[in-house]
Design a protein around this ligand. Structure first.
Ligand code: SF4
Length: 136
């Protein structure tokens, strides 16, 4: 994991824009988020990289192993939904290029080739309000 102090100005700008983008998507683009999360596979490996974008979140318990969110049960929607799409993975990989996220995405074109019934069925399984709750 790179220390946030090693981030370049350009990388900080990318990560800052990513935070704005995720907030917008999480709060105003529910259909996009639902479709994107329907393509998401894998699980959170609790590397904590997404809690260190630009700065280390003060609510991240870095003593516990693996790291944990101190407010997991009520953490913000942008945290629960991360990663929303491939751009979030690219952002996150700036900080942690050697330890990949446990999530990946089925490419959109491949996902859509499954047909509208399968796509719809996958999307109906995504419940944005309860993603990542409670802790397993
Ligand atoms: S609130 Fe929790 S999940 Fe969100 S960045 Fe902070 S530690 Fe991570």
């Amino acid at each position: 994991m790179r220390p946030t102090s090693s981030l370049t100005v350009r990388e900080r700008a990318t990560l800052g824009w990513g935070k704005v983008r995720r907030f917008y998507l999480a709060h105003f683009r529910r259909a996009y988020v639902r479709e994107s999360l329907a393509r998401r596979v894998g699980q959170c490996d609790r590397t904590g990289a997404c809690c260190r974008l630009m700065f280390t979140c003060p609510l991240l318990d870095t003593v516990s192993d693996p790291v944990r969110c101190r407010v997991h049960e009520v953490k913000p929607k942008v945290c629960r939904l991360f990663p929303i799409d491939e751009r979030d993975l690219r952002d996150r990989d700036i900080l942690s290029p050697d330890a990949p996220c446990g999530f990946t995405f089925v490419p959109r074109e491949e996902f859509l080739r499954r047909g509208s019934a399968a796509v719809h069925e996958a999307e109906t399984r995504v419940h944005i309000e309860t993603v990542d709750l409670p802790r397993s």
